[in-house]
Design a protein around this ligand. Structure first.
Ligand code: ARG
Length: 440
């Protein structure tokens, strides 16, 4: 029973926050005259001594203590006696555990926001370096139209920027002070919840004691935001895996972020990218676990809720380590510019430009689409690329073709004519980089 119900082997990770919360609670009890100044001081000294032992690793954790809250309280009572028995006044582990998790998650989100910022900066730096590099843009993983590599990189900047916004938004709901809800109904003792909130730098306190101890929405929200970050990284990683294959050879990932095979001496595997993709699955799993733990749970606190911590902790670890290593890997990728540009011009990737060209000559789009379709067919039959065609050949398909069409077939012209807001033209990408650097 003890072995099965204990949570100390994972919730010991919360010790700093448990002690920080208890010190604030004791200060409030002292200020309210519920405990004496001597008792308050003795509790604070005792808690700090415990913290020191936990930091240095000399504290002995015992599963008989069940969880981190009991371990710290029992140790405090052993150290300072009677005064220690007063710490839990007006408090329950039900509100205490929520406080610890909120303090923990608040700090972790802060850290994740830094990691996301680093990744976004790396993307902008790389985009600036690759500002004029042209690559094939894909839909259905079929070559579609030429785009700038910088435009591709900034598409992920947008995704990670939304992730950052989601974390910031989630942080607002994490950053609410729960202590004072006690077991579920509040307490008859004269606690000052706002004072505890001020001490712990919470802008507000929770408004309903039953909701306070029963709610884990903020964990679901957090894991769901983390799942999206992982999903974004996994998509980027999959492109990198494909691009690093010899069939594509658009990039080379630095040796520091690849491994060899134990049997095939020629292999260089993109393990980091693959692992990030794989780890996305475990974060999705944690999201599903958390939603399932909460489903149909009667109000208010139920021991089921103890199962929230491992999914949460592992999500934090997984997304943090993935962001960090992904940023490192990205900073050491070599983009094979010539190869990308060469491929960007192949497989009729400028066919749409050809149709647009005819549209500008007054030909209805559908008709233009048909004409270019026939040109592509002709090229396929004669094993030619669009750029191999002469003006004479073009004019066989429509008399409106003139010299200008040959220039239009260049990938650079294809890219740079796409000047709609959010388009891939170099001036638009430069605009976006300027805005990003100015406003974020
Ligand atoms: N270890 C528990 C948890 O993580 C702490 C709260 C326990 N409360 C209780 N009434 N048994 O949820």
């Amino acid at each position: 029973m003890e072995e099965f119900t204990q949570s100390i082997h994972f919730d010991r990770r919360l010790f700093r926050y448990d002690i920080e919360g208890s010190i604030a609670h004791a200060r409030m009890l002292g200020r309210q005259g519920i405990i004496s100044p001597v008792e308050e001081r003795s509790i604070k000294t005792g808690l700090k001594a415990i913290r020191k032992e936990m930091v240095t690793g000399t504290f002995i954790f015992d599963i008989k203590d069940e969880d981190i809250h009991m371990a710290i309280e029992k140790s405090l009572i052993r150290r300072i006696g009677k005064a220690g028995e007063k710490l839990h006044t007006g408090r329950s582990r039900n509100d205490q555990v929520v406080l610890d998790v909120r303090l923990y998650l608040r700090a972790e989100i802060k850290n994740l926001l830094i990691l996301l910022k680093n990744l976004k900066s790396e993307l902008v730096e790389t985009a600036k370096r690759e500002k004029t590099t042209i690559m094939p843009g894909y839909t259905h993983l079929q070559k579609a139209q030429p785009v700038l590599l910088s435009h591709y990189l900034l598409s992920f900047w947008e995704m990670f920027d939304r992730d950052e916004q989601r974390f910031r938004d989630c942080q607002k709901r994490v950053n609410v002070m729960p202590l004072g809800a006690a077991a579920l109904a509040g307490t008859s003792l004269p606690l000052d919840r706002n004072y505890v909130a001020r001490l712990l730098k919470f802008p507000t306190v929770t408004r309903n004691s039953m909701d306070t101890v029963g709610d884990r929405d903020f964990i679901v929200e957090f894991i769901s935001s983390a799942a999206l970050v992982m999903m974004h990284m996994s998509r980027f990683c999959e492109d990198l895996v494909i691009w690093s294959s010899s069939e594509f050879h658009y990039i080379e990932i630095s040796d520091a972020f690849t491994t060899g095979s134990s049997i095939m001496p020629q292999k260089k595997n993109p393990d980091v990218a693959e692992l990030i993709s794989g780890k996305t699955g475990r974060v999705y799993g944690h999201l599903m676990a958390m939603l399932t733990i909460l489903k149909g749970l009667p109000m208010t606190y139920n021991r089921d809720l103890q199962e929230d911590k491992e999914p949460l902790f592992d999500t934090v670890d997984t997304v943090a380590s993935s962001l960090e290593i992904f940023t490192g890997m990205l900073s050491q990728i070599t983009f094979m510019r010539e190869r990308m540009e060469q491929e960007a011009g192949r497989d009729f990737s400028t066919a749409t430009d050809m149709a647009a060209y005819l549209v500008q000559k007054g030909i209805p789009f559908r008709e233009a689409h048909g004409i270019v379709g026939r040109i592509v067919e002709y090229c396929l039959d004669n094993k030619k690329e669009l750029s191999d065609l002469t003006l004479v050949e073009f004019r066989k398909f429509h008399t409106q073709f003139d010299r200008e069409v040959l220039a239009r077939l260049q990938t650079a012209s294809s890219v740079n004519l796409r000047k709609t807001i959010g388009g891939t033209a170099q001036i638009m990408v430069e605009d976006r980089i300027r805005d990003i650097e100015k406003f974020s």
